[in-house]
Design a binder for this molecule. Structure first.
Ligand code: ZN
Ligand code: ZN
Length: 142
């Protein structure tokens, strides 16, 4: 799947273009796993984008409101992490040792959600699932 340009993403979300918004989207697009705001701030600095932290927060607020990013709480990091919304949402295996997040390809909740909707007559609009354990590298090193 070819990814949209940051400019097109802003257009799609009905958000006005700005260099700073585009810059943040560019950084988020490069990430394979969710990152904390601190990590985002570091990446922004490394790229010399000169967007200060309060502006980053303000832009992320707008991205959240326009459904462009997802924010979840990572228990091992004790911090919120963000990522761009994907057409297929992702779940992660989270290593308790190195805190690596490994995406799993399929949503294992799909059948369960269907079942719940039928059994409980409950409309499920969202769900979260994180699986904790130890990654292959960390198992090797123990
Ligand atoms: Zn690990
Ligand atoms: Zn799911």
């Amino acid at each position: 799947m070819k990814s949209m340009s940051s400019r097109a993403l802003l257009d799609n979300a009905n958000l006005k273009y700005s260099r700073q918004r585009e810059g943040l989207l560019d950084v988020l697009k490069e990430q394979k796993t969710p990152i904390t705001i601190d990590q985002l701030d570091e990446l922004v600095r490394a790229k010399k984008l000169s967007i200060n932290l309060s502006t980053i927060y303000r832009i992320l607020e707008a991205f959240l409101k326009h459904d462009m990013i997802e924010k979840t709480f990572n228990i091992t990091m004790q911090s919120y992490v963000i990522e761009l919304k994907h057409s297929h949402h992702r779940h992660y295996l989270i290593c308790l040792d190195c805190q690596k997040m490994i995406p799993i390809q399929q949503c294992p909740m799909h059948d369960i959600v269907e079942h719940i909707e039928k059994e409980q007559n409950f409309h499920v609009s969202a769900h979260q699932l994180e699986i904790y354990g130890y990654c292959s590298d960390c198992i090797k090193n123990h």
